[in-house]
Design a binder for this molecule. Structure first.
Ligand code: WT7
Length: 638
């Protein structure tokens, strides 16, 4: 007997569940949702149209996601580890928080937020290292109905400011600094720079982590530890969970698109909870007592859904790691697996490829026999990396789940179920129950049958689909629902093999996937163009052995005669300043002009081909304003 009644345990059960989910989606999801703790049952399971778009799951239902992640586990597994935390430095002590302790700390910090005047619907920006207090801060917001916007620690002050302004956050939760490998990131100093542009923020709460000196602004900044002491003296450690409607906002998470500034993807309480839990339990085949380790950062959707909400709502033990895979050496992941007897490991292809490069010495002396399930996420996994992972980490006996999804989908949509449905290297394989993918051609015509490739769309809502982009619903419609009317468009290309397995081939829009991080080419171009001396630029992706995609920038410069290698460094610095180190171009080629059509449109197709090293067969160049430019660019290729 498995402990989640809706856990699929055989291929037959998958087929049945899938069939039911298509024939009667409302009945299917109502059954799943009945397993959660609702303060009031919903009235209407689903209302939707993809034209506005409008999607409402479980409307009329009331709940608090933290009661499902914490309170409801207390009776049966209050003393079980909820979070196991491994610090950056292996010499430092690890920490274990039981469900009871996590519940206590979440309530305590929720009271801190209340003391600071926060109430349901307010927005809070969280910019923290990967330490348990980050999960506590996230859950404390959810406890009182405050909408969290977590910003990854690798983003710059400008990126944070943009996100804070867009969401009009009134409070920021951060730490003095963060440890990442042998580096220290001055989080609080970055926040100070960001807040110069953010009048909406009236309060900053700062956790002590690295003890780097920080400046605390009177009336605005206070220490996490002092705030906790204040609530301790108030005496009441409890914090009643705010009653939330199923469709009330849970969080905003910013992500890059093909145009303009990042969009604030909005997820709501009920559907997101049901789907992250359902997908977690089924894809990873979590069993009671398992130790589950997802190596992502909570600053990304993977961390939201599969470090915090999915696992905790399922009563799992979730392992959080503060550091990086290669410090103190490239055996760190395997050491953690050995140390905590990890059963399920979920990581990114880029990490696998990078660790592959360090050779097997770092794997050899580690006991990996506890592993039962492996997973990947974030980008297509190449067959070589898949086999390395399978043979050297899984020792040929652990199913690998290749999980395809997006910030906007909230949870995993296409993946094999570990040990239940078959894996196929480099294929995400089959849709989860409730997910109806289709492939379409350029005109939006559905491509039926197998052995076919096209643009990947989803034709029916699942419970954790994006609801809106914060403050701009029209942008949500434009970006996801306008390309192919009546469909959610993923932005990915895919092929469907002879057996109906999906293989995601990558983005078909101007979005790059660098080390599993999503970066818009337009964003990088805007940052490059901020550099004085830069006239214009065009950014494309190219295949990169470890990162999956690298960033190739063509830059038109007229800032006078300088040593161009220095200018190049300056341009990289500028991007790092404006967006963050994750968006730094790998290659910068200075050119005298960009290939443009007579109407002034940059022909990216040509630039992409050249960056990929394909200098012949550039396709039709007859519409170019100045074909000579292409010859020059080809000669100067890096
Ligand atoms: C994009 C979404 C989903 C959490 C991490 C990234 C690519 C994601 C896979 C996979 C091939 C994948 C897609 C997608 N992607 N998973 N298993 N196979 N590609 O979230 O930042 O929203 O990026 O990542 O291109 O559109 P994200």
């Amino acid at each position: 007997m498995s402990y989640h009644s809706y856990q699929i345990r055989s291929r037959e059960q998958y087929d049945l569940a899938y069939k039911k989910s298509i024939e009667d989606p409302e009945g299917f999801w109502a059954d799943v949702a009945s397993n959660f703790q609702w303060q009031r049952r919903w009235e209407k399971t689903l209302e939707w149209n993809f034209e506005e778009p409008k999607v409402r799951w479980f409307s009329g239902g009331q709940l608090n996601i933290t009661e499902n992640c914490l309170d409801r586990h207390l009776a049966e597994r209050g003393d079980q580890p909820a979070i196991v935390w491994e610090p950056n430095n292996p010499e430092e002590d690890y920490r274990v928080l039981s469900y009871k302790e996590l519940h206590f700390k979440v309530c305590q910090f929720a009271n801190v937020l209340k003391n600071n005047g926060l109430k349901k619907g307010d927005r809070v920006c969280i910019y923290m290292p990967m330490i348990p207090e980050l999960a506590i801060a996230v859950l404390a917001c959810a406890r009182i109905g405050v909408i969290h916007s977590v910003v990854f620690g690798g983003f710059s002050a400008q990126s944070i400011a943009d996100r804070i302004q867009d969401a009009q956050c009134c409070l920021v939760i951060t730490a003095d600094g963060a440890h990442r490998g042998n580096k220290e990131i001055p989080l609080k100093a970055v926040i100070d720079d960001a807040l110069v542009q953010c009048p909406s923020v009236r309060k900053v709460i700062v956790l002590t982590r690295t003890r780097v000196p920080v400046s605390m602004i009177k009336g605005r900044d206070s220490w996490w530890e002092d705030e906790i002491r204040k609530v301790e003296t108030q005496g009441n450690p409890a914090c009643t969970a705010e009653v939330m409607d199923a469709e009330d906002m849970l969080f905003i998470l910013y992500t890059s698109g093909s145009t303009g500034k990042p969009k604030g993807v909005v997820h709501t309480c009920g559907g997101y909870m049901v789907f992250t839990n359902y997908s977690f339990v089924n894809v990873f085949q979590y069993q009671p007592g398992d130790v589950y380790f997802c190596t992502a950062d909570i600053g990304w959707i993977t961390g939201h859904s599969y470090i915090v909400y999915g696992p905790l709502s399922a009563g799992a033990t979730t392992l959080m790691f503060e550091g990086i895979p290669t410090w103190p050496d490239a055996g760190r992941f395997w050491e953690i697996v050995d140390k905590f007897k990890v059963n399920i490991l979920y990581t990114a292809p880029t990490a696998i490829r990078s660790l592959m490069g360090f050779g097997l010495d770092f794997v050899k002396n580690k006991d990996l026999s506890s592993l039962r399930v492996l997973g990947t996420v974030g980008e297509p996994i190449n067959e070589e990396a898949w086999h390395w992972y399978d043979e050297n980490i899984g020792k040929g006996r652990c199913p690998i789940v290749d999980t395809w999804w997006q910030t906007e989908t909230g949870g995993i949509l296409i993946s094999n179920l570990a040990g239940i449905t078959p894996a196929k290297p480099a294929h995400a394989t089959l849709p989860l129950p409730g997910v109806q993918p289709i492939l379409v051609d350029e005109k939006g015509e559905e491509l039926k049958g197998n052995s076919i490739s096209g643009n990947l769309c989803i034709k029916f809502p699942w419970p954790s689909i994006i609801r809106t982009t914060y403050g701009d619903h029209e942008r949500c419609r434009q970006a996801y629902f306008a390309t192919y009317p009546g469909l959610y468009f993923t932005g990915d290309g895919a092929l469907r093999d002879e057996e109906g397995n999906y293989r995601i081939t990558g983005r078909v829009d101007d979005v790059l996937n660098v080390s599993g991080h999503r970066i818009g080419t337009a964003e990088v171009e805007n940052a490059i163009n901020m550099h004085t001396g830069v006239v214009e630029s065009a950014v494309v992706g190219y295949p990169h052995e470890i990162k999956g995609q690298g960033i190739y920038a063509y830059v038109v410069y007229n800032g006078g005669s300088h040593e161009m290698s220095l200018v190049s460094k300056d341009v990289v610095q500028t991007v790092s300043r404006i967006i963050g180190p994750i968006a730094k171009p790998d290659k910068i080629q200075f050119v005298s002009g960009l290939p443009k059509t007579r109407s002034g449109k940059i022909m990216r197709r040509i630039l992409r081909k050249i960056a990929e090293g394909e200098l012949e067969n550039l396709g039709d160049t007859s519409t170019l304003l100045d074909p000579a430019v292409v010859e020059e660019i080809k000669k100067g290729k890096l």
